[in-house]
Ligand binder design. Structure first.
Ligand code: SF4
Length: 292
């Protein structure tokens, strides 16, 4: 109950801030884009923009790599969201992180290549997620670079819409480290929850997208790992092997083990038996660039 009251307060504050900030910037900002995460919230914003209820015309999908994004998200993006955006005259496109020589870098490629640090929120022995750079490097900076190329400047910052819904209002904070960018939260402004978003998508005649996140993300709920194991065993096995690969390399470097779940043991041991319930609540990507 206390959590709900706090959440409602955050929603009101951010909606008011977003509203006054947008009004201020609408007059001067040359650029306004939406960070398209590929999930329910982003797709609902796409639909609402097509219906003229939100002002976005440009949607940027920061793809962390075809080998790293959840395949269902890519499938939805290419076969549902893109054709829908095109038919509605909206501009939806992919942006990717590139290395110095210009070749695209993928998140799993970096995980396999970099020995000294782990970019994802890998879990320590106590279950807590470690520091991560994945969201910043593969999403926030990639979108910011595009925004700059579209004309945003420090003096005249562009606006990035983030698809955080009211049930996750605690993830919104209006903080940004990018000098030429400001963030806003259109779903908070409209007071829409995740289930409202799902209804908006269904009412538009579109299928609901799967939850968007990298298939190996340590922020997955146990129920998502269980679903993956049950419905997509090959992908689950790839995650098992990735965790094993990271730990074998760490062992060679004399470092302790780390995990994709909070349970302090290998993924295939955690889910070795069918469990109907696990004592658990999730950490989450607070930026709003992932899982929206
Ligand atoms: S979904 Fe998870 S692993 Fe992927 S970029 Fe976001 S926080 Fe990192």
């Amino acid at each position: 109950m206390a959590h709900n009251v706090k959440q409602e307060k955050v929603v009101r504050l951010l909606a008011d801030e977003a509203s006054s900030f947008s009004c201020l910037l609408d007059a001067v900002s040359p650029v306004q884009v939406m960070s398209f995460g590929g999930g329910v919230q982003s797709v609902a914003i796409l639909v609402l923009s097509a219906q003229g209820k939100l002002p976005y015309k440009h949607f940027l999908f920061a793809n962390v790599g075809d080998d790293s994004e959840y395949p269902g998200t890519l499938e939805y993006f290419r076969h549902v969201a893109l054709p829908f955006a095109e038919s509605e005259g909206l501009h939806l496109w992919e942006v990717r992180r590139r290395m110095k020589d210009g070749t695209p870098e993928t998140l799993i490629g970096r995980l396999r290549r970099t020995k000294s640090s782990i970019s994802i929120p890998i879990r320590m022995q106590n279950g807590a997620p470690g520091n991560r750079t994945c969201t910043t490097d593969f999403k926030i900076k990639v979108i910011a670079k595009e925004l700059k190329e579209m004309g945003a400047t420090k003096e005249n910052p562009g606006i990035v819409g983030i698809g955080i819904s009211t049930d996750e209002a605690h993830r919104a904070n209006n903080r940004t480290v990018i000098a030429w960018e400001r963030t806003e939260y259109p779903l908070l402004k409209l007071r829409l929850s995740r289930s409202d978003c799902a209804r908006i998508i269904r009412d538009a005649g579109l299928p609901e997208p799967p939850k968007s996140a990298c298939w190996f993300c340590p922020f997955h709920r146990p129920s998502e790992w269980q679903r993956l194991q049950r419905e997509e065993p090959e992908l689950f096995q790839k995650a098992v092997e990735l965790e094993r690969f990271i730990n074998e390399r760490r062992r060679r470097l004399g470092k302790d083990s780390v995990w994709l779940t909070r349970f302090g043991k290998p993924l295939d041991e955690v889910f070795s038996v069918t469990q109907t319930e696990l004592p658990f609540e999730l950490d989450n990507c607070e930026s709003g660039y992932c899982m929206t």
